[in-house]
Design a protein around this ligand. Structure first.
Ligand SMILES: C[S@@+](CC[C@H](N)C(=O)[O-])C[C@H]1O[C@@H](n2cnc3c(N)ncnc32)[C@H](O)[C@@H]1O
Length: 134
């Protein structure tokens, strides 16, 4: 996820919860963005409010709307759930909206890293691609 964030010129990656993360997969890309830890969802919500950053949840929940047609704000944080459990109710509550990536096969969901790449690409298509009408 951190390596993908670097590929899309993301400035911050937030890790919510008490667990640390495995840096190996980042291939040192974490040196080029800010990694901020928040012990709880409430702490993360405070950071986002203080930094005027809307929280956009990414999960395939009954409350979700489709990512593919959604106009993403230029300044926002994309908030992903954990493998297995997905986003908690508390996490959903702090989101402006929760967006689902359309799937076509039989699996219920993708892994968070794959979903992260798709969501960041969707954001980049709206804000970093000068050839597309805004
Ligand atoms: C393995 S999924 C687990 C939860 C998922 N709600 C489920 O029903 O299985 C881990 C995370 O990947 C992201 N994710 C996976 N598939 C997604 C999809 N189709 N749309 C949006 N997010 C997805 C979400 O952030 C989710 O919390």
């Amino acid at each position: 996820m951190v390596r993908t964030a670097n590929a899309f010129n993301v400035s911050f990656v937030h890790i919510v919860g008490k667990r640390d993360w495995n840096r190996r997969g980042a291939m040192v890309t974490d040196k080029y963005l800010h990694v901020v830890h928040h012990p709880t969802v409430a702490d993360f919500a405070i950071w986002c409010r203080e930094n005027k950053t809307p929280i956009i949840g990414i999960d395939n929940l009954p409350v979700s709307v489709q990512l593919e047609n959604y106009p993403l704000p230029e300044k926002c944080v994309l908030f992903f759930g954990q493998e297995g459990a997905g986003m908690s109710d508390e996490a959903v509550d702090i989101c402006e909206v929760v967006l689902a990536i359309q799937q076509y096969g039989s699996t219920r969901s993708m892994n968070a890293s794959a979903a992260g790449a798709i969501a960041m690409y969707a954001w980049a298509m709206q804000h970093l691609n000068p050839r597309l009408p805004q």
